[in-house]
Each structure stands twice: as structure tokens, then as C-alpha cells.
Design a binder for this molecule. Structure first.
Ligand SMILES: *[C@@H]1O[C@H](CO)[C@@H](O)[C@H](O)[C@H]1NC(C)=O
Ligand SMILES: *[C@@H]1O[C@H](CO)[C@@H](O)[C@H](O)[C@H]1NC(C)=O
Ligand SMILES: *[C@@H]1O[C@H](CO)[C@@H](O)[C@H](O)[C@H]1NC(C)=O
Ligand SMILES: *[C@@H]1O[C@H](CO)[C@@H](O)[C@H](O)[C@H]1NC(C)=O
Ligand SMILES: *[C@@H]1O[C@H](CO)[C@@H](O)[C@H](O)[C@H]1NC(C)=O
Ligand SMILES: [Zn+2]
Length: 735
């Protein structure tokens, strides 16, 4: 029997029977019986720690000697020219991990084969910068077969930024930004009156969110890429997913927070509107293959993890997730609020307590948990505030309802107050989680208002940065999109009139309320009238759909922001956006704001059906995802990356999501002693050259500076570009 097996392509994962197939080694070199982590084509930032693992797979019914390290020849060829074994390069012996797995021979295989995996794990290794920058080739010869992967060692970079703030709009698709811009800023004769704050940043790029095991990522997967610079798999945090069962033992990748605590003594802050254990915040400090291990993630923040170099102990943590702190759901039955206090955290649960603690000079570390689960969304925190009045959401389980939840900007500015006390700088990760958490249940007003809340916060942080040394790199991006877009407007008055009219008409009126349709050939098709409540299914809704205007019939919607806070005065306007997702369960849609977050599907033993209580006067939209899906899902599109501050000029073009980490870690000077370098000679570094054969520099001219890019020829210098620049925080940036 041939021992190599072919790994399934990502495309295959979409086919009908892929659902039944057990997990396998995505990320292994195709057709090989050896898996190497870090995976092929990984960029390693200078002096970062990682776990190096080489795993051999053999068929279940074969055996090999227990002392078999010598059966594998592992060599690393380094940029310096050295060719070393892992033992000599890393200065340590491996330990053995072994497990069994099931995998398929090839894509047509219907029966999984059993394998044993023997993995040599070298924990917490680093490639010293003396081995240079550039390609590293790993060659493994095992049982007569050679397997190779390559890495790129990044070079040390001068530290340019004192602080880095990473804003993650979870699920923030580019069309959502356009919709938020329209609703927030308005439009006049086809021109937007203003842009979003993020959009005014000088550097933009497209960012690609896919992961190792799927064309579509989840938040854990892409937050891992942002925080480690390496690719990961759906549900994995700070690890490469191998096929082993122990979710805490997978090969780890050092996070930016771990690195800057370990090397530079910087502070770390994490702010989210989700549970603090949710994927995006957890990726700052956790290492676990399953994001659902929320009790362990709560502990990892202060206690570190199995085989970790240090516990990040973020200086500020804010969000929801009180559930996992209390004895019933905590990892060891402790009240974790006490454990956090014991580690020096001031623990608060309301906006008022949070603000007081941030203003108190004696506060060193701050934990603010203001909800049992995910915090309420902006619209429910600020408009439909009755939705906060539920004692079961108490962050301490037995306390009052969380009616005083802070807004995102309040959390972030309180966090910065504490973090900015550290002269060595800080890394702050801010997540607007409920862009995504509202997009899943197809709730457009809640999606867009949380996006506006994020953007307002970005604006406040940019203002703070400008007033405080202007040495903060600010990035704003998304971890993935949703299939959202706007296709017109809806006149809800026409809509409501159509609803009244349809109720007065007989049920047999196929135009309004049909149970059967006749096609051109005269064949009668009965439409299924099955719903969970027996409510007839409105298969046509034609009268309502006349309220939807497209092109010039759409005109402009009626949102107004008269107080200039960025949010429309009301979401309950007559002419709303005709907007939606490209994937959903069976549901009804009325294009109006709902009094509480939408719940499009109801669960039955046969999957999800349209919820008769959700948008009861909506048009019926037949689901296009599997019947087990209760909400819409993430989509594949590229997302935006927006940057301001020192190091921002590296943002451009179309980049992989791992570059978010490399942009941040370069600005922070990974591989250096962490001193901020403000020397004049840096000016030449910060000008972006348009072509590889250009060299660019700056010179003073009057008040401003002139940045010139010159093409290097053998004899002549041409100066194709000159532009005016300003000096900010010691660095020259184009105006
Ligand atoms: C292992 O099983 C395969 C089929 O499942 C068979 O072809 C092969 O001969 C077996 N090898 C040994 C060593 O038993
Ligand atoms: C792992 O190796 C040990 C020692 O060789 C052995 O006892 C154990 O059964 C192996 N476990 C698996 C899952 O193969
Ligand atoms: C919490 O603190 C208690 C009391 O010191 C200790 O026994 C327990 O191990 C701690 N648990 C965690 C997960 O930190
Ligand atoms: C919250 O709910 C309680 C019980 O239903 C009610 O008495 C109280 O008035 C509500 N408070 C607010 C602010 O809505
Ligand atoms: C459609 O429904 C009507 C009324 O319920 C019934 O009489 C008719 O036989 C059905 N037609 C088909 C093709 O099922
Ligand atoms: Zn999501």
C-alpha cells in the first residue's frame, strides 16, 4: 500500500459529502507523508518564537521503532549558508507527540484510512538574527521520501512607532463601509459629503483573509494572522492546526503582545464589544486549537498556557464574557474575578466604574467586564435601551441587569489613559465585534451603527495620537467580510400600503399572497405552505416589491445626522436602504429597523425555517445555505486595510492578512533593542518608491519638505516624482 495520501484541496471542502469527512492535515505539503510546522511559505519576523514540528504519518497497521528520530534526516539551510539540524540550530532536543488520525487517500476515497502520526516537537525556538535575512529551506528525508518547505526570515527594522492601535471591524465588508458612509455622511449630487475617518487615512490596501483550511475564514483564523504573521485554520488561536486531539498541544506561534512584553516591556490592551474570550480578543494572548475553550482562554490571559514563554496579562481588558469568570463556567470552579484581582487588576462592571478606575492614578491594570455574554450593540446601548434591561445578562451572574454598558469609544479612551502611562509604548487591539454579530442575523441597521461607532472611535484615537507625539501607528481593517451590498432604496410607506392591501385581498390572489402559481404553459404549481406555524408562505410578495426602487427610482434614502455625531438621528426613516446579504436561511425581510436584534430563523428538527415573528410583514426570501444554518455566513471577498502614522506607508496594494502583523512588527522594530529611532536619515526610508529601481529621499524646501524619487540609471538620474511632504513625529509623510 502506498503510504502517501493526497490532501484535499480547499475547493473540495465545499463539495456535498465533504461535511462527513474527518479533519485532516491542511497545510502539509501535497502528497507527502510528512507535515512540517511552520507551514510552507511562512514569513518569520526577526527574533520571534515559534514551535517547530515535523510529523511523520504511517499507516495504522505498520509499526516503527520507538527510537526513530534517527530515521529522519532534518536539515535547515539558512540565509547565512549554514546547514544545520534542528538540534544544533535551536540548541534543544525534541519531545515526541504521537496520535492516530483518519485521512483519505485521495478526493474520490469514501473510506478514511487510519494513520499514526509521530511528531518531533521543538517548543519555543527562535532563529538567531546572526543567520541573516532571506530564505530558509527545511528538508526532511524520511522513509526514502524527501519533503521540503521554505520560510523567509525577515530582517530587523528600525523602530518607528511608540504605539500601535489595531482596529478590527469584525465582518466589515467594503460595501458596508460605503453604506455607513452614505447613512452617516450623506450624499449631494452623487458626491459623498464626507468620508469615514478610516477612509481619510493616507494609506489603503486590499487585504486577503483566507486561511490554511478554507477559502472562507473565521475570526479566530484571521485574528491569528494579524497577531502572529502566520496563517492558521478555522477556529484556531495562535497555533497551527495539526490533526492531534489535544487542543492545547498544537504548534504555537508567538503573538505580537507576547513579543513586545518579552522584549520591549510595552503595555498591551484589548477592547471588544464581544465576550473578551471571543476569537478576535483572545488571539492577542491565547494558544488553543478550538476557540470555544473560553474558560481556558479566560485563564490563559493571566496564567499563560501550557508550554508558553510568558502570560501576556494584558494591562487593559474590556468587553463582555462574565459567564466564564464565575465558578459555574470557569476553568477550575474559581471566581476568576478574584484571580484577576490577585494579579493586580482593578475589576469593574459598568461604564461609571470603568471611567472612575481609568481616572484613578493608582489603577495599574484594568478589567472591565460589563455583560454576561456579548455586549449589547450600539443601537441597543443607545436607542432601544430596554434591550439592556435583562438581569440574566449580569456580568457577575447574580448582579443587576447591565444597563450601564460603556460605548466603544469610552472603553478605548479609558484604555489609552492607562496604557499611555508606559513610556515604552503600547499595543492596543480594538474590536467592533457586532458588525459581524449583527450581520449574521441579517440586521442591517445594527451592522451599520456598530460600524459607525467603530469609525467614530478611530477618529478619536487619531486625534489623541496627533496631540500626543504623533508616534502611534493606527491600522483599521476587517477579519473577513459578509456578502453585503445595497441595491437601491425602499419606500416603507408604499410597502406598508401594500401590506394593508394584501390583507384585504383573497388568499387566492397570486400576486400578493399566493399558494399556487401557473406557468406560461398553464401548469399549476402549488407552493409549499409549510412553515412552523402554518402561516402561508408568501412566495411572491409582488406588491411589496414595488416599494423597492433601483437606479433612478431609488433616489437617496432619508437618513439625517443633524447633531453631527455620525449616527443618523433615527434609523426609522421612510426611505431606507434596500440592502442585504448574498446568503441566508429562509426568512422574511422588511428593510426596516427592528426593535431588537433580528432572529431570522427558527429551529426545528428539520433545520431552520423562517421565523414568523421576525419581520412578519416582510417578503419571503428562500434560503440558499444548508437548512442547518440559522444565519448568514462569512464570504470570501478581500477587505480594506487603512493606515495612519509611522509605518503606515508600508500599507498598499493587495496584501495577505499576515502582512498586518508584519506591518505592525516592523513599525515596532522587531529584531532591535526597541529604541525608537527618530534620526534624520530615516527620512529616506519612509518615502515609498513606486518602482524597484527607484531610490527616494527628502530634502528641505522652504517650510515643507520635498520628497523626490529618482530612477537609478548607470549615468543619469531622472526625477519623475516630486511631492510635498510634512514632518510628523519626526517622520516625513507625503501630504
Ligand atoms: C496494511 O493494510 C493494508 C490495507 O488496509 C494492506 O494492503 C497492507 O498489506 C497492510 N500492511 C501490513 C504491514 O499489514
Ligand atoms: C504513543 O506512544 C506511546 C509510547 O510509544 C504509546 O504507548 C502510545 O500508545 C502511543 N499513542 C498513540 C495514540 O499512538
Ligand atoms: C484562582 O485562584 C485560586 C486561589 O488562589 C487558585 O487556587 C486557583 O488555582 C486559581 N485558578 C486560576 C485558573 O487562576
Ligand atoms: C426593567 O424591567 C423591569 C422589570 O420588567 C421594569 O420594572 C423596569 O421598569 C425596567 N426598567 C427599564 C429602565 O426599562
Ligand atoms: C394544489 O392544491 C390544490 C388545493 O389545495 C389541490 O386541489 C391540487 O390537487 C394541488 N395540485 C397539485 C399539483 O398538487
Ligand atoms: Zn462571524
Amino acid at each position: 500500500m502506498k503510504i502517501s495520501f493526497v490532501f484535499l484541496t480547499a475547493l473540495f471542502a465545499l463539495s456535498a459529502f465533504a461535511l462527513q469527512k474527518p479533519e485532516r492535515h491542511f497545510g502539509c505539503p501535497l502528497g507527502k507523508n510528512v507535515c512540517i510546522y511552520p507551514i510552507d511559505d511562512t514569513n518569520l519576523q526577526c527574533e520571534t518564537i515559534f514551535d517547530f514540528q515535523v510529523a511523520l504519518h504511517i499507516p495504522e497497521n505498520q509499526t516503527i521503532q520507538t527510537q526513530f528520530r534517527h530515521l529522519m534526516d532534518i536539515k535547515l539551510s539558512l540565509p547565512s549558508g549554514d546547514v544545520l539540524t534542528p538540534e544544533s540550530l535551536f540548541g534543544k532536543e525534541p519531545h515526541l507527540r504521537n496520535w492516530t488520525l483518519e485521512a483519505f487517500e485521495d478526493q474520490a476515497d469514501q473510506t478514511p484510512e487510519g494513520f499514526k502520526s509521530y511528531a518531533f516537537m521543538y517548543r519555543n525556538v527562535v532563529i538567531d538574527k546572526k543567520y541573516g535575512k532571506g530564505p530558509v529551506r527545511v528538508t526532511v528525508l524520511a522513509r526514502g521520501v524527501t519533503t521540503e518547505v521554505s520560510y523567509v526570515l525577515r530582517e530587523p527594522t528600525k523602530r518607528r512607532a511608540r504605539n500601535v492601535v489595531l482596529f478590527v471591524g469584525d465582518g466589515m465588508a467594503l460595501p458596508m463601509m460605503a453604506a455607513a458612509r452614505l447613512v452617516s455622511r450623506g450624499m449631494y449630487h452623487g458626491k459623498y459629503n464626507d468620508k469615514l475617518n478610516m477612509e481619510k487615512f493616507p494609506y489603503h490596501a486590499l487585504q486577503n483573509p483566507a486561511g490554511v483550511d478554507s477559502i472562507i475564514t473565521d475570526s479566530a483564523n484571521s485574528a491569528t494572522s494579524f497577531n502572529t504573521g502566520q496563517k492558521s485554520s478555522v477556529n484556531a488561536l495562535g497555533v497551527y492546526a495539526d490533526s492531534g486531539d489535544d487542543v492545547f498541544a498544537h504548534p504555537k506561534q508567538e503573538t505580537i503582545a507576547e513579543h513586545i512584553k518579552r522584549k520591549f516591556g510595552m503595555s498591551v490592551g484589548v477592547v471588544t464589544t464581544a465576550e473578551i474570550q471571543d476569537a478576535t480578543p483572545a488571539a492577542v494572548w491565547s494558544h488553543v486549537r478550538r476557540r470555544a475553550e473560553k474558560a481556558a482562554i479566560t485563564s490563559q490571559a493571566i496564567n499563560g498556557c501550557q508550554d508558553c514563554v510568558l502570560a501576556v496579562q494584558p494591562d487593559v481588558i474590556m468587553g463582555g464574557g462574565g459567564k466564564y469568570f464565575k465558578p459555574k463556567d470557569s476553568i477550575d470552579g474559581s471566581d476568576m474575578y478574584f484571580n484577576y484581582s490577585a494579579k493586580g487588576y482593578t475589576v469593574t462592571h459598568t461604564r461609571a466604574e470603568m471611567v472612575a478606575a481609568a481616572n484613578d492614578d493608582s489603577t495599574k491594570k484594568l478589567l472591565t467586564v460589563s455583560h454576561h455574554g456579548n455586549m449589547e450593540v450600539w443601537l441597543d446601548r443607545n436607542v432601544y435601551t430596554d434591550n439592556m434591561n435583562d438581569t440574566s445578562n449580569s456580568p457577575t451572574v447574580d448582579g443587576p441587569a447591565p444597563t450601564d454598558q460603556p460605548n466603544l469609544d469610552e472603553m478605548v479612551m479609558s484604555a489609552i489613559k492607562i496604557l499611555s502611562k508606559n513610556e515604552k509604548g503600547f499595543y492596543l487591539m480594538v474590536e467592533a465585534a457586532s458588525i459581524d454579530k449583527s450581520a449574521h442575523p441579517l440586521d442591517v441597521p445594527r451592522t451599520l451603527s456598530d460600524l459607525i461607532e467603530l469609525d467614530n472611535t478611530v477618529g478619536k484615537v487619531q486625534t489623541w495620537a496627533k496631540e500626543n507625539g504623533d508616534d502611534t501607528l493606527i491600522l483599521a481593517t476587517a477579519d473577513h467580510g459578509h456578502g453585503f451590498d445595497v441595491f437601491g432604496t425602499v419606500d416603507t410607506k408604499i410597502w406598508d400600503d401594500a401590506v394593508v392591501a394584501s390583507e384585504e385581498q383573497p388568499v387566492s390572489d397570486v400576486d400578493n399572497y399566493c399558494s399556487a402559481v401557473t406557468d406560461n404553459a398553464g401548469t399549476v404549481f402549488n407552493i409549499s405552505t409549510e412553515t412552523t406555524t402554518g402561516m402561508p408562505l408568501r412566495a411572491s410578495n409582488r406588491a411589496r416589491r414595488t416599494a423597492i426602487g433601483t437606479y433612478s427610482n431609488a433616489g437617496y434614502p432619508d437618513y439625517m445626522d443633524s447633531d453631527g455625531d455620525g449616527f443618523p438621528d433615527t434609523w426609522d426613516v421612510r426611505t431606507t436602504l434596500a440592502a442585504g446579504m448574498n446568503n441566508f436561511p429562509d426568512h422574511t425581510e422588511d428593510y426596516k429597523v427592528s426593535l431588537s436584534i433580528k432572529r431570522p430563523g427558527v429551529r426545528t428538527s428539520r433545520g431552520y425555517f423562517s421565523n414568523p415573528e421576525d419581520d412578519p410583514n416582510g417578503i419571503f426570501l428562500s434560503g440558499n445555505i444548508g437548512p442547518a444554518g440559522s444565519t448568514g455566513v462569512h464570504t470570501m471577498q478581500d477587505v480594506g486595510l487603512f493606515a495612519y502614522g509611522p509605518g503606515a506607508e508600508k500599507v498598499g496594494g493587495n496584501v495577505d492578512n499576515t502582512e498586518v502583523f508584519h506591518i505592525m512588527s516592523s513599525a515596532l522594530g522587531f529584531g532591535t533593542d526597541g529604541e525608537i529611532d527618530t534620526d534624520d536619515h530615516l527620512f529616506s526610508d519612509v518615502i515609498k518608491c513606486k518602482r524597484d529601481d527607484e531610490s527616494c529621499h527628502c530634502g528641505e524646501e522652504g517650510k515643507g519638505y520635498v520628497c523626490a524619487c529618482a530612477r537609478n540609471g548607470p549615468t543619469v538620474f531622472v526625477m519623475p516624482t516630486t511631492m510635498l511632504c510634512t514632518v510628523k513625529g519626526g517622520y516625513v509623510t507625503p501630504m
